[in-house]
Each structure stands twice: as structure tokens, then as C-alpha cells.
Design a protein. Sequence first.
Length: 489
Amino acid sequence: MLLAIFRIIFVLFFLNIVAIYGQVPDNVASVELSASTFPIERPFTISVIIPNSENRVTVPFPDIPGFIKTGVTTSMSPSEVNGKTITNQVITQTYQALAPGRFRIPPFSIEINGETVQSVGTILVVQPSAKSSVPLSTTLATVATTSSDAAFLDIRTSKSSVYMGEGLALTVSFFVADNYPYVLDFKGLDKQIQAISKKIRPANSWEESEPITELKPVPVLIKGKKYREIQLYQSIFFPLSNQSVQIPSVAIQLTRTRPFIGPPTAQLERVLFTSKPLTIKVKALPAHPLRGRVSVGTFRLEEALERQGIHIGQSVRYTFAITGEGNIATIPAPVLVNEGPELDIFPPEEKHAISHFGNQITGHKTFSYFIVPRQNGQILLANHFQWIYFDPKTARYDTLRSKVRLQVGSHNTQDGSQPAILADNANVRSETGQVASTDRSFYAGITAMDSTRQPISISVLIRAIANVLIIIMLLGMVFVFFKKQHTGR
């Protein structure tokens, strides 16, 4: 009898443990669709969220009849789960409707890292524009071609000259006129594109690439003539020296069917298409004590203070987030100035997120500091934090300074339950990293710190309870075994 009761309790215990851990969401990718009813001016998006993924993933997004794909954005948004940093990757494909109407997206699946993610699809309602609509087509004025070119390979850049450290988008495309009389075969281009990318990649540059997963024709206008553009390669480079970037001529070989008069037969032939070389001037930054060590781009500051009204020796988290367009990944930490006796500033935790869209790299990088005040009064953080950068749009150096004031030991002291004080809207998604430590003392003001409140980890508590119950059950099994042996005699 006792053995049967023990078996029931044992089974229920492990079923309970499975139920507890079964409530934790699976670490699987998911698909999100944007609003299904929208005006024609607004794009439609499909996003894939990949949990705990730091490597860039190529996602084969589906085609939607009546829409064209206009760009892919990628962002990294790490978060903390049970004390561990998990990097969530969000990849978004943007679609643009060609005309108003109703469009159906049938159920589809996307394979990511060997795992298949399902979507039930939806019905899209594209509303007409209030303004007079114009047929959707992109006009390219920077493509080097003549009116006689019916099919050609082209390399173009977003700018003819850049400053050292400024982003330069490089695109390799193949153009085919609507009246081109041949059928081209684009199969087996992977090796050719890899060879082209190695040949045109600028030396001594930081690269942020966005892989092209499919060869999709997009209608464009070039000098009033209708073409279909097929992008083969696209990347953004940040030159690290002021040497001019030389892009050599490259070529691809395609097979085409040549029509001729007579019976309906076709003659296959190989055709070589060659691009023209390019030269992009890289300008040196103006004279400055930090020239060559500052970031280049257009940025703004978003900062946050965990709480106000603290006492001497209490720590507070201060977030200094740099947001904008540029080489986000290499942004250095703010310069600490006037490190006087009023503050202890500890090394920051670095986090960043990057998004790719067309010819731009945007995102934000966050530096989270712990600050310990050593005297009462109002402390202006602008006297301690500053970040210098070069803005290529104004061709001038600029400085981001804090606007936060920290109140220490005031009669208006508030407890830590007050929400964070925001200087801007610092809603930051991030990718974790660490920087080198400084020689600040960690023990400054430690006698005034409150150590009575300790965090409780749910996972640790569950493991402790499970271990205790397992030990009790093992003891119970031993007791039942010896009891049975004793009664059996």
C-alpha cells in the first residue's frame, strides 16, 4: 500500500516539474505581419523574430502578387532572461503595393537554420491614395548607360565622394530593357557574384553587408526608357583612410536564347556583360585633436537616469544612448571629463542595435554607467559626459552633452520606486559588450549602501525545492524498501 502511494506521489511530482518548465515559451522563431489594411503609400512588412541568435541569417521571404520587395532591415535586440543575455534578431522585409485592391497572401512557410516557421497568411486591403496616383517606378539617373544599351551590368555608389569614416553604399545590378528580344538564364551566378564581391571590395574599409537572397526584377526608368533591375550585390563600406576607392571593371557571363527566322528552334549562346570602373574620392577630416578617432555620421543623444533623489554612497544607473546614421558598431564610449571628487563613475556596459535599409545603416549604441555620488547637491552630468563626432552633412565637428541633473541628499529625496528620469526617449534595444575598466575604486561609499534587499531567482528557487523533494523521496524509497523487507519476513 505504501509503495503504491509512493509511486503516485513520485509520478505527480515529476509531472508538476514538467508542467512548470512547460510554461516557459519555446525558443523558436516566429513570423509577424504588419497591418492588413493600409493606404498605397504605406508599405507592408513581414518580420521574422529569431530568439537567441547573434549570427546573421538569410531569410527567403515569400513573393506577394501585386507587390514588389523594396528592402530588408535587420536589427539585434538583446534582453536578459534569468541573468543571461539573449540576443533576439529581427529581420524585416518591406513590400510596396503596385496598385490599390485586395490581395491574398496564402499560408506560407520560411526555413530558418533548418527549422520551418509557419504563417497562416492574410488578406491585404490596399486603399487608394487621396492624391492622384502615379505608376510605381523608380527613376535612376546615376546609371551609366546609353540609349542603345538593352541589357547591361552596372556598378553604382550612393555618393561620388565621402569623408573618411562616412558610409558608402555599393550596388551591382543587371539591367534588362522591356523590349530586349532574348531570354536570359541567370542560373549558377553564385560563384560569379562571389568573385565580383571580392574584386570590388574596397581595401581598408569596414563593411556592413546585406545578403541578397533572390534575383528579383524591379521595374525602373532610365532616361525615360523602361528597364527591369536585378540586384546582384549590395553592401555599405566605411573607408578607414583618406585614399580614393578604386572600383575596377567586372563582368558576368549569361546564357541567352537567340531567336531567329525559321522553325521554332533556339540557339544557345554565352554573352559577356562588363561594367565600367569607378573612382570615389575619400576626403580627409578637418584638423582636430581627435581626428581619426571620432565617429562620422549624423547622431543625436537619448539618455535616461534610473531615479532621482539619492544619498551619498548610493549607486544609480545612467544610460547614454547615441542614435542615428553611421557606423554604429564602432562608436566609442563617451569621453569622461572633470573626474573630480563629486562622483565615482564605473566602466559602462555597451549595447548596440543596427538596422539596414537601402543605402543607410542606422541604429543606436547604449552605454550604461553606474554612478556613485560623493557629495550632496545638484550634479550636472554635462560636466562629466561628452561625445564628439563629425557630421558630414555640415562638415563640422559636434558634441553631444548630457542634459540630466542628479539631485543628491535633497529634502525632496524620493525612493527608488520613482520611474526613470528621461532626457529624451531612451527606449533602447541592444547587443551586449564590455569595455576596459578604469582605476576607480568599487568600494567607494560602500558603508552607506543597502545590502538588505537581495534579488530572488525563480529558477534557482525551483531547483532548490526540486533537490529537496528528490532527497526526501529517495529517503522514502529506502524506508519503504526496508519496511517491505521487514514485513516480508
